[in-house]
Design a protein around this ligand. Structure first.
Ligand code: MN
Length: 734
């Protein structure tokens, strides 16, 4: 590229005047980065034209002008110049970052991402979520402000596009961008966006309305001048300093009023409005008194947004009064500060300050936030704006879509399972997979803003207990629990009934003789109401079938045949676990109060993966998942039950290991000092020569107490590091 872009006749002038504008606002700033941004963008867009035939670069430059007029900082203005290079040219984000720094790169990237989402023609009820999503997607509020400036310029130059395209953009502007400008308190931008969109979407109504407003303009202006003079005079008499400004309202706001109230233009109050800007809150109220003293207020139209600011922080006193010739008009009274916020909103906070280098990113935002919180305290009906801001700053929510474009709002880190339950319980229960943005992804993956999620279902599929550890919404959690509890209870009822029948056969008791009535009586003795609950309790192992039979048919079961419960002794030794107590270090998920014991065959310790197995009348046996018996036991899959290590209990558990070593002095001492360093008690220790081997080797059997798997691993690793130790084996049985 040999031509210097600063020599290009059409756009060099546009750039120069931008530079002048910024220099005036901030005389001490170095504007070299601005020029570099211009050169870079102009080079990249050099062969591109807008639909109107102008060189493309004229659009980003116009956006930069709008941002400069808003008094935005250099980062925003550079972003304005660069905002289309990623989308429309070969430029890469890395390159932008290298040339213009992290802030500009992040903002340009943000604007580009926003542009990729099509927001037009969505369901009306979704608009609010979409607006929130836009705010959530932008870590930096300047992204939104640049986007608004971009949209404003596009709306101003909409004419060269195809009619359908114009309409779509205008609709999106009205539904999404104008309300965001409103939300951010940027009244001027909002007003212009609305009027431009109004003209595109309802050209006839707009033309007619404007003609009507226009035809009365002269009358209006004369009338307004008269009112204005009266107000100035009265305020001066009361020593209230004020700047009084009369205006005819914007076409779109008049149109909305006409539509809402089904009236004609003649009947609209407040086509004309007067704004009084004074110096203090006290004088705002004083001015209101002056106005009401002069003209009659329209009842019910006095609004105090000073005491109760709008959620977007707008503050003013509003009143409508019957003016000269019986014409009603609206009066807005506010301070200078309130006016600035009303017109510029959040953008007011990027205003250049003489001598400062502009906002120091976060500081500025924190200051804004603090101010917000201050105002918030005085506000009663507040939630909306602050929660929006929260979304913006902390991204506590993610905004996702169904393939048809419905917005599903979920908490941060939500999964496709949450998404599925948000749509419908049945979709949740039967979901087996998810397609995110077209690619199959695990159900446990984390959703991000803008993801399009399609849920794959399989009829008859049941939610898995694992999901409980994954889902983020209480809706999903509750539905899953409900299904799982119902399924497990059904299992327990079946097992309970079978075990009662089996035990009855074994003891020669005829269940046929026992009425349901009798069983219900026993049930109530155990504190449950129905026979089914009794079976469930049996199935969960809360008591044994034999105990139940003894109650319903005491004569058939001789008391001496009552067996001693075959429960293993739980550590620490000397405190035997009575039946009904069980091992407190483990509990059954979703069911309290179930008798649990550690299986003797594998003696699982804390931290190991474990599975529960419902025994017949002896509670739940807990095995290590590696236990060879598990494979055999699990052929009765319905007896499997999820168990977990209790968080609170922390009793040490006995574990037996065999250490194979060289037969040399000092080994035993090294082994035991490791255990004492770990504060692990030794229950038994036995060393002997290994006669199975010809070399000089020894075997040490140790039963020690460990708190959990981690500690066991630490001990074993330390053992392994002892010179002469050849191998270590953990013996599962005690
Ligand atoms: Mn653009």
């Amino acid at each position: 590229m040999s031509t210097d872009v600063l020599e290009l006749p059409e756009t060099a002038e546009q750039y120069r005047s931008l530079e002048e504008k910024v220099r005036l606002l901030r005389p001490k700033d170095d504007l070299a980065p601005l020029e570099r941004a211009y050169r870079y963008a102009a080079d990249l867009h050099v062969n591109q034209k807008r639909k109107s035939g102008e060189p493309y670069i004229s659009h980003p430059l116009a956006v930069a002008h709008i941002l400069a007029d808003m008094h935005m900082d250099l980062v925003s203005i550079q972003t304005g110049i660069l905002h289309d290079v990623l989308e429309d040219t070969s430029a890469r984000l890395e390159d932008v970052r290298e040339r213009f720094g992290e802030d500009v790169a992040r903002c340009v990237d943000g604007v580009t991402k926003l542009s990729k989402i099509s927001l037009a023609n969505r369901d009306d009820r979704q608009a609010e979520s979409l607006r929130k999503m836009l705010l959530a997607m932008t870590g930096d509020i300047r992204v939104i402000i640049v986007k608004l400036a971009d949209r404003l310029h596009n709306m101003r130059t909409l004419g060269s596009l195809l009619p359908e395209r114009q309409e779509a953009i205008a609709q999106e502007t009205l539904e999404i961008y104008a309300p965001i400008a409103h939300r951010l308190g940027m009244g001027k931008v909002r007003g212009e966006l609305e009027d431009l969109a109004f003209r595109t979407l309802h050209p006839e109504a707009a033309t007619e309305l404007m003609r009507e407003i226009e035809s009365k303009r002269q009358d209006h202006e004369q009338w307004l001048a008269q009112v204005q003079a009266t107000i100035e005079q009265k305020l001066a008499r009361e020593d209230i300093p004020a700047c009084v400004d009369g205006r005819v309202k914007r076409a779109y706001s008049v149109y909305q009023k006409l539509k809402r109230q089904r009236i004609t233009l003649d009947q609209v109050y407040d086509v004309m409005a007067v704004r009084i800007i004074t110096d203090s809150v006290k004088n705002c109220y004083a001015a209101l008194g002056v106005i009401h003293n002069e003209w009659h207020p329209v009842p019910g139209r006095i609004k105090d947004f000073i005491a109760m600011p709008r959620p977007n922080l707008y503050q003013s006193l509003h009143t409508s009064v019957i003016g000269p010739d019986g014409i009603a008009f609206e009066v807005q009274i506010r301070t200078e500060e309130m006016h600035k916020i009303a017109e510029e909103g959040i953008a007011a906070h990027w205003k250049y300050k003489e001598g400062s280098k502009g906002p120091r990113g976060d500081d500025q935002r924190i200051a804004w936030l603090r101010q917000l919180v201050e105002w918030q305290r005085e506000m009663k009906d507040s939630g909306e704006f602050l929660s929006t801001l929260k979304v913006d700053l902390y991204s506590e929510e993610v905004y996702t879509f169904t393939p048809r474009g419905r917005v599903i709002v979920l908490p941060r880190d939500a999964t496709p399972i949450d998404f599925a339950y948000a749509i419908h319980s049945d979709i949740g229960h039967t979901c087996v997979g998810a397609r995110i943005n077209g690619a199959i992804r695990p159900l446990k993956s984390t959703l991000r803003n803008g993801d399009v999620v399609e849920i794959l279902t399989q009829p008859g599929h049941q939610p898995s207990r694992d999901w409980l550890g994954v889902v983020k919404t209480s809706r999903a959690r509750n539905r899953i629990k409900h299904v799982i509890n119902a399924a497990e209870r059904a299992k327990a009822v079946e097992i309970g009934q079978k075990s009662l029948e089996k035990e009855a056969r074994r003891l020669g008791v005829s269940l046929g003789r026992i009425s349901n009535q009798d069983l219900e009586t026993v049930a109530s003795e155990y504190g449950v109401s129905k026979t089914e609950d009794l079976y469930a309790a049996l199935g969960f192992g809360k008591f044994s079938a034999r105990q139940v039979l003894q109650k319903v048919a005491p004569d058939d079961i001789p008391p001496e045949s009552l067996p001693v419960p075959e429960l293993p002794r739980i550590s620490p030794p000397g405190t035997p676990s009575p039946l009904g107590d069980g091992d407190l270090t483990i509990h059954v998920k979703g069911a309290d109060d179930v008798l649990v014991y550690r299986a003797k065959c594998c003696n699982p310790i804390r931290g190991e993966r474990i599975v529960g197995y419902i025994t017949r009348g002896k509670g739940v046996a807990v095995h290590s998942q590696q236990c060879p018996n598990v494979q055999n036991l699990m052929y009765e899959a319905e007896r499997k039950i999820d168990v977990e290590w209790a968080r609170s209990a922390n009793d040490p558990l006995p574990v037996k290991v065999i250490v194979y070593t060289d037969d040399r002095p000092g080994i035993l001492h090294q082994l035991t000092s490791i255990l004492s360093a770990e504060q692990s008690n030794i229950r038994t220790l036995e060393a002997r020569a290994d006669h199975t081997r010809s070399d000089e080797s020894a075997v040490v059997d140790i039963t020690m107490e460990v708190r959990d798997k981690k500690q066991l691993e630490r001990v074993i690793n330390a053992f392994r590091r002892i010179p002469g130790v050849r191998d270590i084996e953990r013996i599962l049985t005690n």
